[in-house]
Design a protein around this ligand. Structure first.
Ligand SMILES: *[C@@H]1O[C@H](CO)[C@@H](O)[C@H](O)[C@H]1NC(C)=O
Length: 308
């Protein structure tokens, strides 16, 4: 069933959120999967004929090597990247851009450690598959509205929600690049050249740290298109609250304080907010949404463990 080649990274990362079906439906998927598994085990070698569901192919990473000269680089200085799957049929002029999530780094130490992973360096990034049950899936049955759209999955490797623009230094003296904002701009520029400029409808989505990036960039994304184009944004698990958690701490406030200052996030924050509030406060969705004009859909679980 899950014939994921060793070189490919399935899209459903345990630590990352995905645009999932409701719990209720997930149960049915699990039950169905268990039954199917039993059948496969029983029928054995016959299964490719009986259950020959088309596999979605791993989608290669496209590196933005040309953007390196604009300073659009991952934390470790390697080029950023994205995965592009072309649309087909009535989806061929519709575009779905997804900003990957994966937490934040607000200290030199954390950002330095991130360089050793695919969240800070393209050296570690692998192809992905557009599988699963979310709105990134290429499966018509799982994702009837968007399955055949052009899909770009933008890799997150800056640690500041595609919003920082600065440079730092690790303890061993190596340079840390905080260029999330340049990465976002360079990727969208390249996608515009690859057909996004002719989109008839487009949606920008993001999950967690990518969701926060979607709040930050929704309006400038939408501003790249003429008024005739339908542009919307969707944020999954990105409505981070500036409240005390069960430990009695404002953990996100202190994390974001580090991110905003270390990575120089200020320039993407709403001017109105900056006139009477601390930049760190202005990096929270409750402030960001005050100035967003583009239609936006917000999905946030009341039981998101990251926020309890
Ligand atoms: C947009 O469409 C026009 C007209 O069909 C075409 O000439 C142009 O190459 C397209 N641009 C992109 C970026 O695909």
């Amino acid at each position: 069933m899950d014939m994921v080649p060793a070189s490919a990274e399935p899209l459903l990362h345990p630590e990352q959120c995905q645009l999932r079906p409701s719990d209720h439906r997930r149960w049915w998927v699990l039950v169905a999967a268990a039954l199917l598994l039993m059948l496969l085990v029983t029928v054995g070698p016959l299964h490719p004929m009986l259950f020959g569901v088309p596999q979605s192919e791993p989608v290669a990473l496209i590196l933005l090597t040309a953007a390196q000269e604009k300073g659009a680089v991952c934390l470790d200085g390697t080029p950023p990247g994205y995965h592009l799957q072309r649309g087909s049929g009535d989806g061929s002029s519709s575009w779905h851009i997804h900003l990957q999530g994966g937490g934040w780094c607000g200290t030199v130490n954390d950002c330095s450690n991130r360089r050793m992973s695919d969240l800070g360096s393209s050296k570690f990034m692998k192809p992905i598959q557009f599988t699963g049950a979310g709105i990134l899936s290429s499966d018509h049955l799982q994702n009837p509205d968007f399955y055949n759209w052009n899909k770009a999955y933008v890799r997150y490797c800056d640690g500041a929600s595609f919003s920082g623009d600065a440079e730092g230094q690790a303890e061993d003296g190596t340079i840390l690049h905080f260029r999330g904002l340049r990465i976002y701009q360079a990727v969208i520029d390249e996608l515009m050249e690859k057909g996004l400029a002719n989109a008839t409808q487009a949606i920008l989505t993001g999950c967690s740290a990518g969701g926060l990036a979607t709040f930050v960039h929704c309006d400038d994304f939408s501003a790249r298109f003429s008024h005739k184009v339908s542009v919307k944004c969707l944020v999954d698990a990105g409505f981070i609250l500036d409240v005390k958690d069960i430990s009695g701490q404002r953990s996100f406030r202190s994390l974001y304080g580090g991110v905003v200052h270390l990575q120089n996030v200020r320039q993407v924050l709403p001017k109105d907010c900056l006139t009477n509030k601390e930049p760190t406060e202005c990096f929270f969705p409750a402030e960001l949404i005050k100035s967003i004009h583009t239609p936006m859909f917000i999905v946030n679980s009341g039981y998101d463990p990251a926020q309890i």
